[in-house]
Design a binder for this molecule. Structure first.
Ligand SMILES: Nc1ncnc2c1ncn2[C@@H]1O[C@H](COP(=O)(O)OP(=O)(O)OP(=O)(O)O)[C@@H](O)[C@H]1O
Ligand SMILES: [Mg+2]
Length: 244
């Protein structure tokens, strides 16, 4: 069984079925990209895994333990961290204070907090330079680095990123995604939701394409990047994979 194993998730908003049987898995050291157009169900998938939404049916297992029905903060303690769409950092706290909040579960272990912060500063030297700066005054890219850094403070086995490059200048987007590769290389399993399919497939190992709540394609990221249907739908054109 994979480290993260999602099976046949069905998730509703009221009467609307947003996920119609999503299955996916991820292992340590792997970046698994989740691609798909607006409203496909990418965010819903991440929110269900992290316990913010409860599936009507299906299972989510991490390291052999079920996450369904478990409180979101307990899921963080079980090793699953989620960087939501839109960053949600605390603007009126400085960089270091935001990181401390990410280490909430280990707040009594001062040495460990220090080590994890040092590791985050190693990955994102710009954050180290700005450790005393209010988060609200950081650039968009720096805020994204901080949001990822904060999620890393709990030393997750599974890191889920919802559109980390959204709104960033191309160079910065590239640099953030390069760091995401580094995080996976250090042993985390990364679930990467991206609108930037080209860059996501370039760093990912495996990828899933979601359309209207269903997985319509999956496979090796390098192979999918060459797939004509993916190229048409996500690497230039606007048709859906389903209609190709
Ligand atoms: N809070 C909500 N209440 C009702 N419907 C919702 C809610 N959030 C999402 N949906 C619907 O669920 C479906 C999946 O949405 P989701 O946000 O997961 O898509 P997404 O793939 O993340 O899209 P995007 O690329 O725009 O972020 C969409 O049809 C959306 O309208
Ligand atoms: Mg989304």
């Amino acid at each position: 069984m994979a480290l993260l194993e999602v099976r046949d998730l069905h998730v509703y908003y009221g009467n609307i079925e947003a996920l119609k049987g999503i299955s996916l898995s991820a292992n340590p050291g792997q970046i698994v990209a989740i691609l798909g157009g607006n409203g496909a169900g990418k965010t819903t998938t991440l929110r269900t895994i992290s316990g913010l939404l409860r599936p009507r049916s299906g299972s989510v297992m991490c390291a052999g333990k079920s996450l369904v029905g478990v409180d979101a903060h307990v899921i963080v303690g079980m090793g699953v961290s989620h960087v939501p769409e839109g960053r949600r950092i605390f603007n009126i706290l400085n960089v270091e204070e935001n990181l401390n909040l990410g280490g909430y579960l280990i707040r009594a272990q001062h040495q460990l907090i220090k080590e994890r912060k040092a590791a985050v500063f190693g990955l994102f030297p710009r954050l180290a330079e700005r450790r005393g700066q209010l988060a609200g005054t950081l650039s968009g890219g720096e805020q994204q680095m901080l949001a990822i850094g904060r999620a890393l403070m709990s030393d997750p086995k599974v890191l889920m990123l919802d559109e980390p490059s959204l709104g960033l200048a191309p160079m910065l987007a590239k640099s953030v995604l390069k760091t995401v590769r580094e995080i996976a290389d250090r042993g985390a399993a990364v679930l990467l939701v991206e609108q930037n399919a080209r860059q996501a497939l370039a760093i990912a190992d495996h990828a899933y394409v979601i359309e209207v709540g269903r997985i319509v394609l999956e496979g090796n990221a390098a192979v999918l990047a060459k797939d004509e249907r993916v190229q048409k739908a996500y690497l230039g054109g606007f048709e859906s994979v389903g209609s190709a």
